[in-house]
Write a protein that binds this ligand. Structure first.
Ligand SMILES: *Cc1c(COP(=O)(O)O)cnc(C)c1O
Length: 352
């Protein structure tokens, strides 16, 4: 791997106590190109703009997939990733659906380890502080023929994030719009899925909701995901979440929550969840919690759910599953507890 270091670091100008999510990037980035059926020239270079032909395929046909993961620093300055092999497997699953080449695991892991080691000063210790890591692949062959590109770039960029409180989250059940249809690309972290979600989300925001809660495209009767998080419902003391079909993203936080909840003795059901079931449970006083699960905030409690013009507000409860599960996961991520699942992987420089 070639390494070109930045002449000067930008880090001294950064106010780590006032970071807005995903607006500040570290000094370096990892780049690798796909040319003539091969991934070539893996390199770490100073973070910088990229040049692209205006006819580049990604700009016209949207062949682009990404991942979202985080690096955490413990109190002895060791840096950790959480289940990174799963992110690697998923970016390849996403890529395959968009007719894009898979990216080799050793390049993914080595590139990330080297990059994170070089930029490790950007990772601050303390729960809530982390480095958001964004691997992505896009088609950059020049030409507007509507077919799969022959050229791609894989990159990793990193953004420091601080602990932040996102405020009260209210979600609006989608009665018209869909995020994903069966047979489509919902299970992939494909750029276009997010583009298609912005407009319905803006409409929900005008009604005072922060996020959509997506329903199945065929009937709009089943709850699928909330924003860019998988979603869990606690009815009485049972935790329920939808199965990961081809319309639902197979979240790493989701599967970690399921595993930990089961091991804590919580009853977990993975099955389709009807909107009607959740509304009825709420009316009967049995709906105790709803929360989203995803890398960005780990677990995000949901305060209210809008459906057919009514906002159903959840009760405030003690000993919430959301808080208990979040603490367990966060302690594994920050090396503050045992890791019986071996989910934590230490970041170690490859070249150094
Ligand atoms: C990334 C993402 C998730 C959460 O996945 P994690 O691996 O837990 O971060 C859930 N839903 C969608 C649509 C996503 O893009």
């Amino acid at each position: 791997m070639k390494i070109e270091r930045a002449q000067t670091s930008k880090i001294h100008g950064i106010d780590f106590n006032n970071l807005s999510f995903g607006q500040t990037f570290t000094d370096h980035m990892f780049v690798c190109d796909y040319i003539d059926d091969e991934w070539v020239d893996p390199r770490i270079i100073p973070y910088q703009p990229i040049q692209m032909d205006p006819s580049a395929s990604v700009l016209h046909y949207g062949q682009a997939v990404f991942e979202g993961m985080k690096a955490y620093k413990d109190d002895t300055d060791r840096v950790w990733l959480f289940r990174p092999e799963d992110n690697h497997a998923r970016i390849n699953k996403s890529a395959a659906r968009l007719a894009m080449p898979e990216f080799p695991k050793d390049l993914f892991m080595n590139g990330m380890n080297e990059l994170l080691s070089m930029d490790s000063d950007w990772i601050k210790p303390g729960i809530g502080n982390s480095l958001y890591v964004r691997p992505f692949v896009f088609a950059n062959q020049a030409g507007v023929a509507a077919s799969a590109s022959n050229r791609y770039s894989f990159m990793i960029i990193c953004a420091p994030v601080g602990a932040y409180y996102s405020g009260e989250i209210n979600v609006l059940v989608s009665e018209k719009f869909s995020r994903a249809a069966s047979g489509g690309v919902g299970y992939a972290k494909a750029a276009g899925n997010y583009a298609a979600a912005f407009y319905p989300t803006q409409l929900a925001q005008k009604e005072g909701y922060q996020q959509m809660i997506w329903t199945d495209a065929n009937t709009h009767e089943y709850l699928e995901e909330s924003g860019t998080m998988n979603v869990f419902f606690r009815i009485d003391d049972t935790l329920i979440t939808a199965p990961t079909t081809d319309t639902i993203l197979d979240g790493i936080t989701r599967k970690s929550v399921i595993q930990i909840a089961k091991d804590m003795g919580i009853s977990v059901e993975v099955r389709p969840v009807k909107v009607a079931e959740v509304i009825e449970a709420h009316k009967a006083g049995r709906l105790k919690e709803i929360f989203g699960a995803g890398t960005a905030v780990v677990i995000s409690p949901i305060h209210g759910v809008g459906f057919q013009g009514t906002k159903h507000v959840l009760p405030t409860i003690e000993n919430s599953y959301a808080a208990m599960l979040k603490e367990k996961i966060v302690h594994i991520q920050y090396n503050k507890s045992e890791d019986p699942y071996q989910w934590r992987k230490e970041v170690v420089a490859v070249n150094a």
